[in-house]
Design a protein. Structure first.
Ligand code: GLC
Ligand code: GLC
Length: 654
């Protein structure tokens, strides 16, 4: 630590103590008598514990504002009021989580995600379908944003007009809170989004801004002419170029330019304004109080903007999240943050930490699973995992095959170049492959935000359509269908076994195909991500117990892997050790727990593959091993033969 940093941290802790000393009596006077004194003391204890880091971040963000102390006090008052309003059931939940603070690392965790309307019409429908989730062993349910939004296009709920109102076609906030509680009774944690980078242009704040209220115009990033927008755009990337070029939108009513990183109806909030932080604190804690156990922080990379940079992943974005984390630890403990950073892998990892986001999507694994499937080569996947899979203790990846968004090729150029491939070329190949334009491709996907000039694009498509099921079914080709089922199970098998929380997009467990009808809906047309957000097929779900139906084969295969995960100690808080299987088509890793260890092997090719058995013995495998996945014992003297796309889970002697 340099002298400067030491002085600085000495100064910080002195000032933080002083601020707290001034603030505590004021909070006590206002709130202490509103609750049980023992509870108040516990609250105070948490406040004292987490205040220093809250102070540090807020001071770094807003310390130069002359009214900093005013905002600091406001933030703590808000936090305290929201804590007082927190239902007893959630306070009790914390008592339980305190005994096992890293509960989300458990091998029992299995995630699912869905849109409430597409899965079950509304909140009540979802409640009725809880048994379906329980049957699969789901313990984590991410409901896509279900708040009040503008009619028509609202980016699938990501343009929020009120964080405190549920979209009336889905139900009410009370129904949502009851659902959270009922899910909890079934061992399922509710996951909701905190869409805090932007609001819709119909949010009350935006409406006031539109009406000319300057106080609210400062809630957003609004400029009187093109000067600043031009300056910002010269170094920013376009996220949705099909919607609007650049990152700003002109408002006729204000005669001003608004920063809109995503769609033109999604207005970026201005976190340089401490009032915004303060208000969003209240919105966050309001959601927490409805029973959210895991909060998915949406679009974290974009929170802060600075001229001359691409305005992504700036240090201030991290501070904002860490400040929210400190507040949640004080006023809504038991709620865990999950980051949605779909950016360069090195940047993704920077959001992960106990004091920032203990959970994070793993977009790199997702992208490289698809890469390995297209190339039948696992070497890039292996290399990337060796470098970036390990994250701090107490943190976990949320591993997914695909989600509601497009598949972007978010791996590093270096990992591609290490294979003597050209990164640009390689991404273009993957786009060609998954849009089915590449000769012989099994995939049926569509490009998303394609740039015909550069060939850049991302990919839309359901898991089944991208793995060949759609093509196989259309051609009535049983061999293709069979291979597609194997691919679906292989991808899901890897996310199930690799360590972290597996996340299933509901419908993929039945092999649901692309929904081409989205194009007929004016609110959806033009956004190909709707291709892979089909209406859940409850008729198809009825076939899930059949052994000969496609849905049944996928479902049963998945169920088997879920059971394997949930019942085997090798998947409990175990270390993941990647290994070179000696065969470029076969991905392999150990899961090592104190007394149990397994070797997971995945063949990413449609051809039989063999592994050198002596090599396996070198790694501590015996000649005779049990394949927990197939449920049989096998002996490999010379070589171990793997079927096309086979996934093996072999026990290792310890
Ligand atoms: C997130 C969501 C995506 C949405 C965007 C803007 O990335 O996953 O669906 O379009 O944020 O809110
Ligand atoms: C970009 C953003 C990501 C968002 C996605 C939506 O990749 O980084 O946050 O989910 O666009 O397509």
């Amino acid at each position: 630590m340099s002298l400067n940093t030491r002085m600085n941290s000495f100064w910080l802790s002195k000032e933080s103590n002083a601020s707290l000393r001034r603030l505590l009596p004021r909070l006590e006077a206002k709130y202490k008598d509103k609750t049980d004194h023992a509870e108040w003391d516990m609250y105070m204890e948490r406040l004292k514990r987490h205040f220093p880091r809250l102070f540090e971040h807020l001071h770094a963000l807003y310390g130069t504002d002359y009214d900093f102390f005013y905002y600091l006090e406001n933030t703590l008052s808000s936090a305290t009021e929201m804590w007082l309003a927190r239902p007893p059931e959630l306070k009790a939940l914390y008592a339980m989580r305190e005994a096992d603070p890293h509960w989300y690392l458990s091998h029992r965790m299995v995630g699912a995600m869905c849109y409430v309307d597409l899965f079950a019409d509304d909140i009540e429908g979802l409640r009725i379908h809880i048994p379906y989730l329980s049957e699969m062993g789901i313990t984590y349910l991410h409901l896509m944003p279900l708040f009040k939004v503008p009619q028509g296009d609202n980016d699938g709920g990501y343009a929020i007009s009120s964080y405190r109102e549920v979209n009336s076609s889905l139900g009410s906030m009370e129904a949502l809170a009851e659902l959270a509680s009922e899910l909890r009774d079934h061992g399922i944690s509710l996951v909701l989004d905190f869409v805090f980078n932007h609001t819709s242009d119909e949010h009350e704040w935006a409406k006031k801004a539109l009406a000319g209220d300057e106080e609210y115009q400062e809630f957003y990033r609004i400029f009187p002419n093109r000067e600043m927008p031009d300056a910002y755009e010269s170094s920013m990337h376009e996220v949705f170029p099909d919607d609007h070029p650049g990152a700003f939108t002109y408002s006729n009513r204000m005669k001003k330019w608004v920063c809109t990183t995503f769609n033109n109806f999604q207005w970026d909030l201005n976190y340089e304004n401490p009032a915004v932080f303060n208000h969003m604190t209240e919105e966050m804690l309001f959601l927490a109080n409805q029973g959210v156990e895991i909060l998915r922080l949406d679009a974290v990379a974009f929170l802060w903007k600075r001229l001359g940079t691409n305005s992504q992943n700036l240090p201030e974005a991290h501070r904002i999240i860490q400040a929210f984390n400190a507040i949640a630890s004080i006023a809504a403990p038991a709620m865990v943050f999950k980051s949605e950073a779909i950016v360069h892998p090195d940047e993704v990892n920077k959001y992960i930490g106990l004091e920032e986001c203990p959970l994070s999507y793993n977009p790199q694994l997702m992208a490289l699973l698809w890469d390995a499937l297209a190339t039948r080569d696992v070497r890039i996947l292996k290399r990337a995992m060796e470098h970036r899979f390990k994250i701090p203790n107490g943190c976990a990846w949320v591993n997914y095959v695909r989600c509601h968004d497009d598949i972007g090729w978010v791996f590093t150029n270096e990992d591609i170049e290490a294979m003597v491939l050209d990164a640009k070329h390689h991404r273009r190949f993957l786009n060609q492959f998954y849009t089915g334009r590449f000769e012989g491709s099994f995939a049926r996907g569509a490009p998303f935000q394609e740039n015909p000039l550069t060939g850049d694009a991302r990919i839309s498509g359901t898991c089944a359509s991208l793995t060949g099921l759609e093509k196989g079914v259309a051609a009535n080709d049983q061999t293709e269908v069979d291979l597609a089922i194997r691919r679906i199970l292989l991808l899901h098998g890897i996310i199930m076994m690799i360590g972290g929380i597996p996340l299933i997009y509901l419908g993929d467990e039945l092999g649901m195909l692309n929904d081409y009808d989205y194009d007929k809906d004016p609110a959806k047309t033009g956004d190909s991500r709707w291709l892979h957000r089909p209406h859940f097929d409850w008729k198809g779900a009825e076939q899930r117990h059949g052994t000969n139906t496609v849905a049944g084969r996928i479902y049963k295969g998945l169920l088997r892997m879920i059971q394997l995960r949930q019942q085997n100690l090798a998947f409990t808080r175990a270390e993941t050790e990647f290994t070179d299987t000696g065969n470029p088509h076969v991905f392999g890793f150990f899961r090592n727990h104190d007394q149990y260890s397994v070797l997971v092997l995945g063949n990413f090719s449609e051809k039989e593959q063999s592994l050198d058995a002596r090599r396996l013995r070198h790694m501590g495998m015996r000649k005779t091993m049990v394949d927990l996945h197939a449920g049989r014992t096998l002996t490999a003297t010379q070589e171990l033969i793997m079927e096309p796309y086979q996934l093996m889970v072999l026990t290792r002697a310890v």
